[in-house]
Write a protein that binds this ligand. Structure first.
Ligand SMILES: NC(=O)C1=CN([C@@H]2O[C@H](COP(=O)(O)OP(=O)(O)OC[C@H]3O[C@@H](n4cnc5c(N)ncnc54)[C@H](O)[C@@H]3O)[C@@H](O)[C@H]2O)C=CC1
Ligand SMILES: O=C(CO)COP(=O)(O)O
Length: 336
């Protein structure tokens, strides 16, 4: 198949490499002109995925329209805050019937929309039955290194999810299907916020008990919001929920966890972001979740504290203290 990949960050590049290794002819759109040249001439992406040779059947373009034209499948994987802008540019050029797979994770600040909502908002109605979402525990670097990985491919169109499952799967990259689009999308977006909290408490040396408690209660609040937004709570126990949450909260490769770790060490958010060329989606998502939780009247104390630390300058130690001083609760309150 001819596949266009929108976004040559670490995840776009790792997935493009996987698809090329699966035998497809892949063209990736890079925002940075120097990256187009480097991928085409040196078969490498030293900016976002250094150390991996990219296959010869993977080429790059700086022209978004070229990346989409004549393709039989489109993979969209820019950071969530540019999805609307990027997809708007090519929205009228996707032929009827071409699958569009989104692998970005986040919630838009201005509209509080999940990436799936943005895609439906921007793309013409004839594209909607061909939308699909790929999420789950998958560090780009490990996928590029061909380490075994399992993810979820969600779509309201089951036949499409099965088709996309076959296109992406290999012996080392195993895709499961799901029809729970909001569940999969909420899992992928919210785990980034909890991972920031997890990184902070690790840096503060609060112990394994605190870490496990944070991850589990994080899953609880993710599930609470998901249920309010119409998701199946069991999806949040799957790859795109608990799977990605555990990976991101404990894995040293996580940008969100690392950012939280640095906050826990006392660095300011400005100092941390000034030193990063990659995206930590949890920073923007924490703001969206803060407002979404208020709007939906869902209690999300961990996400709220992450928001207050990042966006309102609250002291990280005070945030931890405030979390443990809350009223005592039933464990499954608000889930049913
Ligand atoms: N890196 C990973 O391991 C994984 C990332 N994801 C998700 O994939 C999405 C993309 O993240 P990464 O590939 O990690 O990005 P990255 O952090 O490696 O690179 C940043 C990307 O943003 C692009 N960018 C920056 N400003 C832009 C603009 N104004 N317009 C268009 N593009 C611009 C850069 O070209 C680059 O592609 C995110 O939603 C992330 O949560 C999902 C699973 C794994
Ligand atoms: O989503 C990811 C793994 O599934 C990547 O997490 P980070 O963005 O925190 O690195």
């Amino acid at each position: 198949m001819k596949i266009g990949v929108i976004g040559a960050g670490s995840w776009g590049t790792a997935l493009a490499k996987l698809l090329a290794e699966n035998g497809h002819e892949v063209e990736i759109w890079a925002y940075e002109p120097e990256l187009v040249k480097e991928i085409n001439e040196k078969h490498e992406n030293t900016l976002y995925l250094p150390g991996f040779r990219l296959p010869d059947n993977l080429s790059a373009t700086g022209d978004l329209h070229t990346c989409v034209r004549g393709k039989e499948l489109i993979l969209s994987v820019p950071p969530s805050h540019v999805v609307r802008r990027v997809i708007s540019e090519i929205k009228d050029e996707i032929p009827v019937g071409v699958p569009i797979v989104s692998a970005s994770k986040g919630i838009e600040n201005e509209t509080l929309m999940l990436v799936s909502d943005i895609m439906e908002d921007v793309l013409p109605i004839h594209c909607h039955p061909y939308l699909c979402y790929l999420s789950g525990p998958s560090f780009a670097k490990e996928v590029a290194a061909q380490k075994p990985t399992a993810v979820t491919v969600a779509s309201y169109n089951h036949k499409l999810a099965e088709h996309v499952q076959r296109v992406f799967s290999s012996e080392l990259f195993r895709c499961y299907t799901s029809s729970d689009v909001p569940g999969v999308e909420i899992g992928g977006a919210l785990k980034n916020v909890i991972a920031i909290a997890s990184g902070a408490i690790t840096a503060m040396d609060l112990g394994h008990n605190a870490s496990s408690g944070m991850i589990t209660r994080g899953l609880n609040e993710m599930t609470r919001l998901a249920v309010r937004l119409g998701a199946n709570p069991l999806t949040l126990s799957g790859l795109a929920g608990m799977g990605d949450l555990v990976l991101t909260c404990t894995g040293g490769l996580s940008r969100n966890r690392t950012l939280g770790y640095k906050l826990g060490q006392g660095m300011t958010i400005k100092e941390i972001l000034d030193d990063m060329n990659m995206v930590a989606e949890g920073v923007k998502t924490s703001e969206s979740v803060y407002h979404l939780a208020k709007k939906m009247n869902v209690e999300m104390p961990i996400c709220e504290q992450v928001y207050l630390v990042i966006h309102e300058g609250k002291d990280v130690r005070e945030a931890v203290t405030d979390l443990s001083r809350r009223d005592l609760k039933r464990e499954l309150a608000g889930l049913y």
